[in-house]
Ligand binder design. Structure first.
Ligand SMILES: *Cc1c(COP(=O)(O)O)cnc(C)c1O
Length: 361
């Protein structure tokens, strides 16, 4: 039997035609297509602006720079995330400060975040992990006037109280890596309602260039190509159906696994719209279940097998204990939930899990 993969980008004739059009035009670098993609993405998120970038990590770097993050400043974030959330803080020579997570949502705990705030705290960087928005209302209450930057790299199209991620804070950063809910190959985006911030992000992204060869600040080359943007325009049109398919697969898993006491299925609290970048269980005998599924050709994933703060470049900053996040790394297992799954694939995953727990009560 064919293996079932944990992720599968779905690209069709539309993307092929769009890329070919850009190649034929000879205008490959950031230009008209990037501008079109930005407008469409801003409209989708319900923000005034969207600024395209080379990838999600650099989108976060731009967001921090646009907020004037300086060496020694403290940025509070979660240790239960991909390292691309945290390295941009180090690029600024600022200090990541880690707050623990909530047991049921896997997202940053607003109460622990509050305890981590000091006079040096210059920004909060919550992650909408696995496609579920973080508790932005409680975070904002704790934050007073500290700016909040959303890491929305796993949550394109998710919403909280009817507002899409991307529009919930000072600005938000997205990734279009091939495993995400939509892709451009490599790519990123920052959304914001703030005109001044948007102008600054554009300067920083393009060599600090205000007019041709007039470089008013230290900038970078973090631009997106028009080839990537052309793919993004087509993928964005498919994002809603992609997310619906993810939700349908997730509902089938949750219904099918309800009777298994050794599993905790993912929560979607009221007023949240989850887009299931990952369908993540807490599982008894996690490693054995993972091996069993893989031997059945089901390539499940462990996100994340260790805290970001346990990796050498970050470890010196792990000064606060985050015991819930730590224990979570030993329990989580993500099932394939992507829109390319067939109904038979879903059945195969369910029967493999049931077979495992009938032997491991
Ligand atoms: C993917 C991801 C990033 C980084 O995005 P890239 O485009 O891979 O650079 C950052 N944060 C989170 C939570 C991610 O999942």
């Amino acid at each position: 039997m064919e293996p079932i993969n944990i992720a599968k980008p779905l690209l069709g004739q539309e993307e092929k035609n769009a890329v070919w059009e850009v190649l034929a035009s000879g205008k490959l670098a950031q230009g008209e297509k990037a501008a079109q993609f930005e407008s469409a993405f801003a409209r989708y998120c319900g923000t005034r602006h969207a600024v395209a970038a080379a990838n999600g990590t650099l989108a976060i770097h731009l967001a921090l720079l646009a907020h004037d993050i300086k060496p020694g400043d403290e940025i509070i974030t979660t240790p239960f995330t991909f390292i691309g959330t945290v390295t941009p803080i180090l690029f600024c020579r600022a200090n990541p400060v880690f707050a623990d997570i909530d047991t049921t949502t896997f997202n940053i705990s607003p109460s622990d975040l509050k305890k981590a705030i000091t006079p040096k705290t210059k920004a909060l960087l919550p992650v909408h992990l696995f496609g579920l928005p973080a508790d932005i209302d409680s975070i904002r209450e704790s934050a007073q006037n500290i700016p909040i930057i959303e890491d929305a790299c796993q949550s394109h199209g998710a919403s909280f109280k009817g507002k899409r991620v991307g529009s919930l804070a000072s600005c938000a950063c997205f990734s279009f890596y091939p495993t995400k809910n939509m892709t451009t190959g490599e790519g990123g985006m920052i959304t914001t309602d703030n005109d001044e911030l948007s102008d600054k992000l554009r300067l920083l992204r393009d060599h600090g260039q205000k007019n041709r060869y007039e470089h008013v600040i230290l900038g970078y080359n973090y631009r997106m190509t028009d080839i990537a943007a052309a793919i993004g325009i087509e993928q964005l049109k498919k994002l809603e159906p992609f997310n619906e398919a993810r939700n349908k697969n997730a509902s089938s898993f949750t219904a099918g696994l309800r009777s298994i006491d050794q599993l905790q299925t993912p929560a979607t609290p009221p007023k949240y719209h989850h887009v299931f970048h990952q369908y993540t269980l807490r599982a008894k005998d996690r490693d054995l279940l993972r091996d069993h599924l893989r031997s059945d050709g089901i390539n499940c994933g462990v996100y994340y097998p260790r805290l970001v703060s346990e990796n050498p470049p970050v470890k010196p900053f792990a000064t606060r204990p985050t015991p819930i996040a730590e224990s979570t790394t030993h329990e989580v297992l993500s099932l394939p939930v992507h829109p390319g799954l067939s109904p038979d694939d879903v059945k195969r995953v369910l029967s493999s899990i049931k077979a495992f727990y009938s032997k491991h009560p």
